[in-house]
Design a protein around this ligand. Structure first.
Ligand code: NAP
Ligand code: ZN
Length: 354
């Protein structure tokens, strides 16, 4: 076994404190990854609150992991010692069901194994995430960080990036593969939202930012939004009615989706990626009036994650980050709860000693 240092919380909503854990010795197909950086996603907080009622404690969060391969098993062919790799939410799946065969491992019928707050296939042991020094993972579930991407700013791409890239890519693929002439709304300028604006722009679309925060208007423009709508301003919302070809909703808190759906053009879709802990109330007329659709999307498969990283390297896309030491992680979580992050915290794992 490999004993390492980590940060864990021991009960729902408890503080993160130093913790020691053991990783398995690498099997034939495993790689051992020394973790360099780990992003802080709002879903870490969702699990810490036990928002999905299946949290396992002690919990070591973290699923936006970038590290360097330190050792490889004898059967490993995809990765080499010294290479930079990424680990996202998925570390295993059944590999035989239709979604797995179609590279949608995140929809594995047996449920994918989550990189944290999950249970390993076979042993049933809890999985511990990236707020730790080392990860041991099957080589097929790690992706390569392309040359040219800053490894720290790439970490949030492993969840925030793929979660926004996948539904946007699917939308643009349904419209000639690019976004030219399409107005794409993004609700919520946070970790996911700021990446969504960058992706929509890189696909050639006209991104429209919908934010509840007046102090983010200037940033949204700098990120590439052609228009910024302050959602608390009724006049701005009314003016934008029926103007958007697609909306990606990244909001983490309870909100009224009906006001946003009125901004869609006839026949258009609003896709949820945000996961508020309470139900959203949808008025039938919001869908019925104008052939509108409400959809959802969960992260993305391993191959799509690699495609997204390659796309980011090609288009110079990475997250805007605030780097923190692991000792400041509780403060960072509290700031994220208060909507006070521009736009992703990344933990420098070199600060985790012992
Ligand atoms: P984040 O950085 O905290 O951003 C969330 C944004 O939501 C905020 O920046 C804010 O944008 C907006 N917001 C917050 N409170 C609000 C309120 N009361 N009313 C309206 N808007 C509010 O979070 P994140 O990491 O981007 O994650 C966003 C959501 O996606 C979370 O629910 C997370 O769990 C979920 N998620 C889902 C997946 C998936 O696979 N589907 C993957 C990762 C994360 P403004 O200030 O601009 O309004
Ligand atoms: Zn996440």
């Amino acid at each position: 076994m490999i004993e390492i240092a980590a940060y864990a919380l021991h009960e729902a909503n408890g503080p993160l404190t130093p913790f020691r854990l053991q990783r398995r010795d690498p099997g034939v197909n495993d790689i051992v990854v020394d973790i360099l950086y780990c992003g802080i996603c709002h879903s870490d907080l969702l699990s810490a609150h036990d928002g999905l009622k299946r949290s396992i404690f002690p919990m070591v969060p973290g699923h936006e992991i970038v590290g360097r391969v330190a050792r490889v098993g004898s059967g490993v062919s995809k990765h080499r010692v010294g290479e930079l790799v990424g680990i996202g939410c998925i570390i295993d799946s059944c590999r035989t069901c239709a979604p797995c065969r179609e590279h949608d491992e995140h929809y594995c019928v047996e449920r994918f194994t989550s990189s944290f707050n999950g249970r390993e296939r076979g042993t049933g042991n809890p999985t511990y995430g990236g707020y730790s020094q080392t990860y041991v993972i099957d080589e097929n579930y790690a992706v390569k960080i392309p040359a040219g991407l800053d490894p720290a700013a790439a970490a949030p791409l492993l969840c925030g990036g793929i979660t926004t890239y996948r539904p946007l890519r699917r939308f643009f693929d349904s419209r000639d593969g690019n976004g030219r002439g399409l107005r794409v709304g993004v609700i919520g300028l946070g970790g996911l939202g700021h990446l969504a604006i960058k992706f929509a722009k890189a696909f050639g679309a006209d991104p429209v930012m919908l934010t509840s925060s007046p102090n983010k208007v200037g940033d949204a423009q700098k990120l590439g939004a052609v228009d910024v709508i302050l959602t608390s301003d009724a006049a701005q919302m009314t003016k934008a009615m029926g103007s958007l070809d697609f909306i990606l909703d990244t909001v983490s808190a309870p909100h009224d989706p009906n006001a946003y759906m009125s901004l869609l053009k006839r026949g258009a879709t609003m896709c949820l990626v945000g996961m508020p802990e309470q139900p959203l109330v949808v008025q039938p007329m919001s869908l019925v009036w104008g052939d509108k659709a409400l959809s959802g999307s969960l992260i993305g498969g391993i191959q799509a994650t690699q495609d997204m990283l390659n796309f980011c390297a090609e288009h110079g896309i990475a997250a805007d980050i605030e780097m923190i030491a692991i000792q400041d992680v509780n403060d960072a979580w509290a700031r994220m709860e208060r909507n006070d992050v521009k736009y992703r915290f990344v933990i420098d794992m070199a600060t985790l000693k012992g």
